[in-house]
Design a protein around this ligand. Structure first.
Ligand code: BT5
Length: 284
């Protein structure tokens, strides 16, 4: 892959500018610096390899050069093109309420692309992992940039395991993983998948502030109705602790997870990780 092939394959999409790198630390960091320098809306940073790919809470994301997709999109406000929730008010739109939805936007883009174009039964493990048959093949890292109390940009980082060689060894994984090619049983063109994911992100973005967005995210939610544990979002090497145990009931209007506790009460979870009671028992 190179700058020219990337641009040729993405031609016709309403992107800002495109930057290809052979190897970087993290595409989110490059995108963040570029956003500070004024990169236009929907600019894309893509790297063949990353040496310091990041997950949430300082966790690591592993990218295998040539075998993975690692890219970041820069989104400028208005992040969503839909009208603000209260069009009658003159106050500026509260974009902070959209931030938790950004992880969902990235995950939805990947799960929809995999289902529509590759017929894979992709689902979203709240809030930001994409699974096929209960194995993680993609993760999303959404980060906001503020200037004072104004959102100046959001960086949507997406990592996808394409070839089997992109799947890290079990000892660095908190949850079983797979790749698109392993799930499909055949080879996949990285650039075609990239194009499908970006197209889906762009189309779902137009719904970001609308109730339909939560409905779409909810429709793809993994483990709905199943009994799970919610553990605190421990950072790399940090211990996690059990916060709740209950059944996944769906999503709240802000993208929080709704849980029916074993006591029968409802709880809303804004931060945390889903842990399966038997399968996913090791801390992140
Ligand atoms: C994520 O975090 O899953 C977000 C991953 C986002 C990666 C993209 S790549 C482009 C952009 N640039 C970056 O630097 N990041 C973004 P989280 O839910 O915190 O999951 C992290 C955990 O996933 C790790 O602690 C590992 O257990 C596991 N993991 C790491 N690499 C993996 C891989 N390639 N496949 C499956 N699981 C992985």
């Amino acid at each position: 892959m190179d700058q020219h092939t990337l641009e040729t394959n993405l031609a016709g999409l309403p992107l800002g500018r495109i930057r290809f790198y052979d190897n970087v630390g993290s595409t989110n960091d490059i995108a963040s610096d570029w956003a500070d320098e004024g990169a236009p809306d929907l600019s894309l940073v893509l790297a063949n390899g990353q040496t310091a790919g990041r997950g949430r809470a300082g966790r690591k994301w592993f990218t295998q050069p040539g075998a993975s997709l690692a890219f970041s999109l820069i989104l400028r406000p208005p992040i969503s093109k839909t009208p603000p929730p209260h069009p009658s008010t003159k106050s500026p739109v509260d974009y902070s309420s959209i931030i938790p939805r950004l992880s969902g936007l990235g995950a939805l883009g990947v799960s929809r692309a995999l289902r529509k174009h590759y017929s894979l039964p992709a689902q979203i493990k709240w809030p930001n992992d994409v699974l096929v048959k209960q194995r993680k093949l993609a993760g999303v890292l959404a980060e906001a940039h503020w200037t004072g109390n104004q959102l100046s940009a959001a960086i949507l980082g997406i990592g996808i395991n394409i070839a089997a060689s992109s799947v890290p060894l079990d000892d660095v994984l908190a949850f079983p993983a797979t790749s698109v090619e392993s799930a499909l049983g055949c080879s996949v063109d990285r650039l075609s998948l990239l194009r499908s994911v970006i197209s889906e992100v762009i189309s779902c973005r137009s719904l970001l502030a609308a109730p339909e967005f939560i409905q779409a995210w909810e429709a793809d939610l993994a483990f709905r109705g199943e009994q799970v544990q919610i553990v605190s979002s421990g950072g790399q090497g940090e211990a996690t602790h059990l916060v709740h145990e209950g059944y996944i009931a769906g999503l709240d209007s802000d993208g929080s997870l709704k849980l029916r506790l074993l006591s029968g009460e409802e709880a809303t979870v804004r931060l945390g990780e889903i842990r399966l009671r038997l399968v996913d028992s090791s801390p992140k």
